[in-house]
Design a protein around this ligand. Structure first.
Ligand code: PLP
Length: 443
């Protein structure tokens, strides 16, 4: 199938999946119907097995027995709403806190990444008394209205959507395609300076910054790894203006980057966000999320007179599952696995880059890797249709991958953390002939 045809068929994907005469379910893409999953594999209704390279929700592996057992046992003992104190809640908060810098000491329990980020904005606005938010180009922070407003990732917005006056968009710190690239003498300072300029321009209009929010590594925006030192410099500008820094770890937290438990820690011990939000991997597929912040931010919220209540946030079953996830990450050394297998996969992809001009860039940390496809390495013309073709052909090979970024030309690898060296080798072996058959076809 030609890439052009594929791209066309993509636009024809049913936006509403008909499952019966009177029932429709909304999907943004045509989904595979799956019936079970185990480890790094998913199975469709015909018993066909797929290697899952994209499911960063099944963090410690699909249906991990320890997680299943913890959830089932707790379900049979106690589950209730957030009005009650229970041991799991206290235990979980303590365990989570131990993974974070000591200043981040207060935990709020919610159920999704969107709820976490929405609450983070409320905390920031309440603490600072300011209204405005600085967000990054191509960022995605969630599906609720407050977050769509600050998510310039264009696939979720109407093409002509206008920003609210309280939202300021800074360039994505992308050293491959962005305005300051790897050959710039100091891309971190240059990108941070752009944020400072935004703050200055906002001040000239009488506007004040409540928060800078960013994914510690940008995911939907194309697996972007900000240059070292970027967040420290941005934080200095934002705090000088009376704002706080929110690190969105919804996709990249919980050891995915391997060397550190949190992706913001890649910047160094001298960078501590004021608020950290987390989601997806925290419950290994069970809906659970958290916001962690400083005592000062939390105290200001508590003193504001506002009530905060979330029916399901931190319920006993969620916390039991969350504790089991933390145990498995430690017991199976999944962070170490992310370092080793992530490096192995990166090396294999780098080798493919040397062979296939279609690969413009391989980037990432641990088991969070992006492969950017370009028609031309000098002009960086995005190879969007080719990326769709690669995804389609790998699916035929029973490997699930997705393409994202503003041009949808970045192959995203974020598999369950139990991914093995053999899985990495299989993916590279299947990708090799697919790349051979893709670029030249269109050239
Ligand atoms: N933040 C980031 C970085 C995300 O990628 C997502 C979801 O993809 C969210 C927040 C929203 O999380 P949820 O879909 O759980 O509401």
């Amino acid at each position: 199938m030609s890439a052009e045809k594929l791209d066309k068929s993509k636009t024809l994907f049913l936006r509403k999946k008909h499952v019966g005469p009177s029932c429709k379910i909304f999907f943004s893409q045509d989904p595979i119907k799956i019936v079970k999953a185990k480890g790094q594999y998913m199975y469709d209704e015909n018993g066909q097995r797929y290697l899952d390279c994209i499911n960063n929700v099944a963090h410690v592996g699909h249906c991990h027995p320890d997680v299943v057992q913890a959830g089932a046992e707790q379900m049979g003992t106690l589950n209730t709403n957030a009005r009650f104190l229970h041991d799991n809640l206290v235990l979980y908060a303590q365990r989570l806190q131990a993974t974070l810098p000591p200043a981040l000491s207060v935990c709020y329990f919610v159920n999704s990444g969107s709820e976490a980020n929405d609450l983070a904005l409320r905390l920031a606005r309440n603490f600072t008394g300011h209204d405005d938010i600085i967000t990054l180009e191509n960022a995605y922070h969630g599906h609720v209205s407050s977050l769509i407003d600050i998510s310039p990732y264009k696939h979720h917005q109407l093409p002509d959507a206008e920003l609210r006056p309280s939202v300021h968009v800074a360039p994505s710190p992308d050293v491959y395609r962005g305005r300051y690239r790897a050959d710039h003498p100091d891309p971190a300072a240059a990108y941070a300076d752009d944020v400072r300029e935004l703050i200055d321009r906002a001040h000239e209009k009488g506007r004040k910054i409540a928060a800078f929010i960013a994914e510690s590594l940008q995911s939907c925006g194309g697996q972007v790894v900000p240059p070292a030192g970027y967040f420290q410099q941005v934080a200095a500008h934002v705090r000088r203006a009376g704002g706080v820094v929110i690190a969105d770890e919804v996709q990249v937290g919980f050891g995915r980057v391997g060397s550190h438990f949190w992706a913001f820690q890649l910047q160094g011990a001298d960078f501590v966000p004021d608020i950290v939000t987390m989601g997806k991997p925290i419950g290994n597929g069970h809906p659970m999320s958290c916001v962690v912040t400083t005592a000062e931010v939390a105290q200001a919220f508590a003193s504001s007179g506002m009530e905060y209540f979330n029916t399901f946030g931190g319920n006993p079953v969620s916390c039991a599952i969350g504790l089991a996830v933390l145990d498995v990450i430690g017991k199976e050394d999944l962070q170490g696995n992310a370092v080793r297998v992530g490096q192995h996969l990166s090396d294999l992809l780098e080798a493919l880059k040397r062979k296939h001009p279609l690969i413009g860039d391989v980037r990432g940390r641990g088991l969070f890797i992006g492969v950017e496809l370009v028609k031309d390495r000098l002009t960086l013309t995005p190879a969007t249709a080719e990326a769709q073709e690669v995804i389609y052909k790998l699916k035929e090979e029973k490997i699930l991958l997705s393409a994202d970024g503003p041009h949808r030309n970045v192959l995203k690898f974020k598999p369950p953390m139990c991914f093995t060296p053999e899985d990495a080798e299989l993916v590279a072996a299947k990708l090799d002939p697919v790349l051979t058959g893709t670029g030249p076809l269109l050239g």
